[in-house]
Design a binder for this molecule. Structure first.
Ligand code: ZN
Length: 163
């Protein structure tokens, strides 16, 4: 079976750039094309949806609104936590990213927004929440995933494999 277009269950290799407010934030330049398995939430839905049906060599500009990207910026996604709730040896300063477990034991990413006295304010917004994302993507190649990749729901490739 040959794969001729982007669809669920296919591994896409793509070159891309990401601009926000006219500023280049991310790009495949220098690190090589990004590979991802389609249909498993590996990239933001607004971009994946627009890439469906693209063929090898196709390129496209895609503008993704916050709701289909990293979410709206939520004013109430901040939480004050006493300093002594964190491990003693944890280095806490503004901008530090950390993983917090909520009451249902889900891991959530947060950043230290500010520290005032013994109170650490965490920001649970994604760093790109509220931003309109301007992608330029080019499909470099398409392939079938191997069994392990399919079982894990993501690509196994040096530099891009993380659990
Ligand atoms: Zn894996």
């Amino acid at each position: 079976m040959s794969i001729d277009s982007v669809k669920d269950g296919v591994v896409v290799s793509m070159e891309y750039t990401l601009h926000v407010d006219g500023e280049l934030l991310d790009s495949s330049d220098g690190q090589g094309p990004l590979q991802f398995l389609v249909g498993y939430g590996n990239i933001i839905p607004g971009l994946e949806d627009e890439m469906m049906g693209m063929k090898i060599g196709d390129s496209k500009k895609v503008v993704v609104q916050p709701a289909d990207g990293y979410g709206e910026f939520e004013e109430d996604a901040f939480m004050d936590v006493p300093r002594d709730q964190f491990p003693q040896d944890m280095k806490l300063e503004e901008g530090v990213e950390l993983t917090v477990r909520d009451n249902e034991d889900n891991a959530r990413m947060a950043r230290v927004d500010r520290i005032e006295g013994d109170t650490v304010t965490l920001n649970f917004n994604h760093p790109l929440a509220g931003d309109e994302l301007h992608f330029y993507v080019r499909v470099v190649s398409l392939r079938e995933p191997n069994e392990e990749e399919l079982a894990h729901g993501h690509v196994h490739e040096d530099g891009h494999h993380h659990h």
